[in-house]
Design a protein around this ligand. Structure first.
Ligand code: GLU
Length: 484
């Protein structure tokens, strides 16, 4: 049997981390087994439809490499792949009527007022209103008359009050619930559209889906879906419900975290491959403790049996680390393309930007780290002369002043401002004085950068900023130390 999975997003806005994980696990479940991955757009809730959301879904799947084998743009013989188009084929109504025939569903004509008057119960903090099966009591003639009179209706699932329903989830095992807890949910709404609850069953079956991977918010409804499969005499797919994703405070990951969607993360300077790699580990882990995986490696390693039931914590610090690893491993040219705008934010003078990019490549975690690392090239920041004192280098204000004063005329006379030329000049001085390298390099680097940490050594910095600026900065250091 060929595995077929589907990613079935509702076009309601951004691509949240949880949505992307579902898509990724669906994709990996299929691809690991040489199966097909399908895209289906679930747009039956017209009120929640957001303009542009389908484009976001397509763009994200393309960018992350989760290429579908079938979907709205790629017919695989199971179309249409957009639920609003499927509605037009009459498929949902046809199957709903079949259930009515079988006594597994019924027409309901209750108006808003009557429904509002039904008793509500509070279960686990949520208000639940169970339909009281009022319209199940209507005779066939009454139903026909109502329909003929054009009375608005919905079609509801008919769930008995006695007995239990059991379904199987791959990770949670067998789950059994009392039927009395299950509401007679709406299958067809008054606008003629199916609810998600009905459409997902009809579509997964008619589109030959073998494995359904989705968030565990659907676990409580799955018994009702199971009853639908049973009523039709269809085999239900393998269910894999994924654990919750929480923020650092163990609360459901929400917009407030500021990094809950793929677009947010891209805007924050994360690279797509690192995001995918990190999200793969939100609920799944390989047998060893390996953490870095390309998409192809994930396809090879991903086994849905190893998905965990415990909530996964979205740890931005870990993602930053992982992103840094991806940046280190990037080809220089693609790195430069992404780094350039960040360099240009703070560097306007005639610098060798490629050289600077090369200095920061191994030192950043995300691209927006770049400006703060390199802005000193453009302009020497105000700095504290205390920075000249470094215990390990055995430097202090006095020794540093001496070094700067000694070096100034040498640097003035120096023609060759290449890194090598400058390094030779400084090394010669180090040798003559019989001191350690750092004893000279530290004060020079401090003077030319005004920073404690820089992405490059003293002579590399001088090469970038050039002779005039170097001399200016050395003189400034001397003045600062003399006044200190
Ligand atoms: N349209 C549903 C959603 O976006 C899909 C759930 C499912 O995968 O079955 O949450």
């Amino acid at each position: 049997m060929k595995i077929r999975t589907r990613y079935a997003p509702s076009p309601t806005g951004k691509m949240h981390v949880g949505n992307l994980r579902t898509a990724l696990y669906e994709f990996l479940t299929a691809k690991h087994a040489g199966g097909d991955f399908m895209l289906r757009i679930e747009d039956t809730d017209q009120e929640r439809f957001v303009e542009g959301a389908i484009e976001i879904i397509n763009r994200t799947l393309e960018k992350t490499g989760l290429v579908h084998d079938e979907g709205p743009d790629k017919d695989g013989g199971y179309g249409p792949y957009v639920q609003s188009e499927r509605v037009k084929t009459g498929i949902y109504m046809k199957y709903a009527k079949e259930l009515v025939e079988k006594g597994e569903a019924y027409y309901c004509f209750c108006d808003k007022e009557r429904l509002a008057s039904l008793k509500t119960e509070v279960v686990e903090g949520k208000e639940i209103c169970m339909y009281d099966k009022h319209c199940l009591g209507l005779s066939k003639e009454e139903v026909e008359a109502n329909l003929a009179a054009g009375k608005p209706f919905v079609i509801r699932q008919n769930i008995p009050n006695e007995g239990t329903t059991t379904f199987v989830d791959e990770l949670y095992g067998e789950i059994t619930v009392d039927n009395a807890e299950l509401d007679d949910m709406i299958l067809i709404k008054s606008d003629g559209f199916p609810t998600y609850n009905f459409a997902n069953v009809v579509d997964d079956h008619t589109m030959n889906i073998t494995h359904v991977v989705r968030g565990n918010e659907y676990i409580s409804s799955s018994p009702k879906y199971q009853r639908l499969y049973d009523a039709f005499g269809w085999q239900s797919p393998v269910y894999i419900h994924l654990p919750l994703i929480t923020d650092e405070n163990h609360k459901k990951l929400s917009k407030r975290s500021g990094h809950s969607s793929f677009e947010d993360l891209i805007d924050q300077g994360f690279v797509s491959e690192a995001i995918v790699n990190y999200i793969a580990l939100l609920g799944w882990s390989p047998e060893d403790n390996r953490e870095i995986f390309s998409l192809d490696e994930l396809i090879k390693e991903f086994d849905y049996h190893r998905i965990s039931k415990s909530p996964a914590v979205f740890d931005i610090v870990k993602l930053r680390w992982m992103n840094g690893e991806y940046i280190k491993a990037m080809e220089f040219d693609s790195f430069y393309e992404m780094a350039e705008p960040y360099l240009k934010q703070v560097l306007t003078k005639d610098f060798d930007l490629k050289k600077i990019a090369n200095m920061v490549k191994t030192r950043i975690e995300v691209f927006p780290d770049i400006p703060a690392l390199v802005d000193f090239f453009e302009e020497l920041p105000e700095y504290d002369p205390e920075m000249y004192t470094h215990k390990k280098m055995k430097t202090n204000a006095e020794t540093s002043l001496q070094v700067l004063k000694d070096m100034l005329p040498l640097l003035e006379a120096q023609e060759d401002y290449s890194n090598d030329g400058l390094y030779a000049l400084l090394s010669k001085y180090v040798e003559e004085k019989g001191v350690k390298n750092g004893y000279v390099m530290w004060p020079i680097r401090t003077a030319v950068s005004g920073k404690q940490m820089t992405p490059a050594g003293a002579t590399e910095i001088m090469e970038i900023i050039g002779k005039d600026e170097t001399l200016k900065r050395i003189r400034k250091g001397i003045a600062l130390l003399e006044n200190a």
